[in-house]
Design a protein around this ligand. Structure first.
Ligand SMILES: Cc1cc2nc3c(=O)[nH]c(=O)nc-3n(C[C@H](O)[C@H](O)[C@H](O)COP(=O)(O)O)c2cc1C
Length: 148
């Protein structure tokens, strides 16, 4: 099986809704196994064994949340695992969601992924159209993982 790892942080559920929609989109692609984890649960083994990645965060003070930054810091020694593999980013916020997405893009750039863009930046609670967009992104990511 080709594995897609979806990592997110969420306090009030908005980013989690996008994460779950990405997961259901990725699951539609046959031959794909999806691993959905909160940032604080992610291990180096999760990162090493994945073939594609999605990272989701709420905007906290205009940047990624502390939990997501800590996760990137923890997996930095595993960065060779991510290099060249498909990866995308999604965020929610109350206005600064695009700034937070750009912030994650910059940090994730240090891991040299194969970018799956555009990512998704949603204001407030994701609506049906946002969830559909997230499903499509999950599907696109999964297909990119298979074609590696
Ligand atoms: C500590 C904290 C700081 C925040 N700072 C910002 C901010 O600077 N800009 C912004 O647009 N939203 C900010 N927000 C709002 C959240 O990004 C927004 O409500 C988001 O959708 C929450 O996602 P979640 O439900 O997945 O936790 C902040 C929320 C918290 C808890």
């Amino acid at each position: 099986m080709v594995r897609v790892l979806i990592v997110y942080d969420s306090r009030t559920g908005n980013t989690e809704k996008l994460a779950k929609a990405l997961a259901s989109g990725a699951c539609k692609v046959s031959g794909i196994e999806v691993v959905l984890k909160r940032a604080r649960e992610v291990s180096s083994q999760d990162v090493a064994s994945a073939d594609a990645y999605a990272f989701g965060s709420p905007s906290h003070f205009g940047i990624m949340s502390g939990e997501i930054l800590t996760m990137f810091t923890n997996i930095y020694p595993e960065r060779h695992s991510l290099a060249g593999k498909p990866a995308c980013v999604f965020t929610t916020g109350a206005g600064s969601q695009v700034t937070a997405l750009e912030n994650i893009d910059r940090i994730l750039g240090a891991f040299n992924p194969k970018w799956i863009k555009p990512g998704i930046a949603v204001e407030g609670e994701p609506k049906q159209k946002d969830l559909e967009q997230a499903e499509k992104l999950g599907e696109k990511l999964a297909k990119a993982a298979l074609s590696k």
